[in-house]
Design a protein around this ligand. Sequence first.
Ligand SMILES: *Cc1c(COP(=O)(O)O)cnc(C)c1O
Length: 392
Amino acid sequence: MAHPLTYLEDELRDLRERGLFRWPRLLEGPQEPVARYDGREVINLCSNNYLGLANHPVLKDAARQALDALGVGSGAVRTIAGNMAIHRQVEDELARFKHTEATLLYQSGFTANAGTVSAILGKDDVIVSDELNHASIIDGARLSGAAKKIFPHKDVTAARALLEESRGARHVLLITDGVFSMDGDIAPLPALVALAEEFGAIMMVDDAHASGVLGSAGRGTVDHFHLHGRVHVQVGTLSKAFACQGGYVAGSQTLVDYLIHRARPLLFSTSHPPSVAATALAAVRLVQQQPEIIERLWDNTRFFKRGLGQLGFNTGMSETPITPVIVGDEVRALELSDRLFAHGVFALSIAFPTVPRGKARVRTIVTAGHTQDQLRRALDAFERAGRELHLI
Ligand SMILES: *Cc1c(COP(=O)(O)O)cnc(C)c1O
């Protein structure tokens, strides 16, 4: 008899035949602006290490000290025996940082979204969601059992129509990414917040790519648009600009009190090792003390984006350090990424299902840690590869 998992091989064969079968490249040293992937030193335009903090001495010291003082693991889920003082300290610091009553740590941004959405909504509720929202929001919506109503990307008029037709529902959640991870554009948050207020909906924003990037000292899109107090649920990540691991929800004390009793990732999965919590704490403090790191990120962003535009690439609607080079065909996007790698630049190609079919791209993210010389060399590589593939 055939092995019961043989059917997986059929799907894999299909990917191989279409030239889409890939294993992730292997990073052999630390996560740096120039890094060694698959045995090759390349300029790294793939990481979410926006502020270049992944190897910052202050963060490493914080991790080391917590490791020595508190050990390697928390030993349990928070609600059983794994609720360490360092976890509370991070939450208190994040609440001050976000100007909210309270925050709650999760093991990742993914679990923060999925765990929160599925905890606060049920089958009698409606979720009104941007079509490009992150997978963790989509999974949370599925787990909640709520009816899903999807509006076209950033289409406030369509969102309004969906809210209008949801008037009879028990609770309605209007939800958007703050910065969209594959396009680098920013949500129309002021207009969405006004809609949520008009219809009495819960407003939630996922600021994974805005954390440490947008707003004063990287407080996120709510701060960027001066909407403090008007967004009921904010999700942030500690895994990108803050360079370690984890996610959190920021909002009212009531929200956090409820989630402690109902959010399943919190109830059924072990809390952060103390060294990770200590790193997060150090990172959040550091950006408040040295906001000029964020300025460097934006200087690099403007420089690199301008360069790609001048070369004639289609960079879509990006407004942030995420700059896609949109190619369309997924095999062509893979080819561009491969050529760039051969020319010393690591920039990943992204295709369906992460982006819609026909919108395949090579996505770039610059960091505060890149030098202008590195970015100039990266632009040279884009020019060579782009000409070789007749994209420019
Ligand atoms: C990366 C990302 C997440 C998940 O965050 P992790 O901390 O990596 O789990 C959630 N939402 C968006 C929009 C993201 O880009």
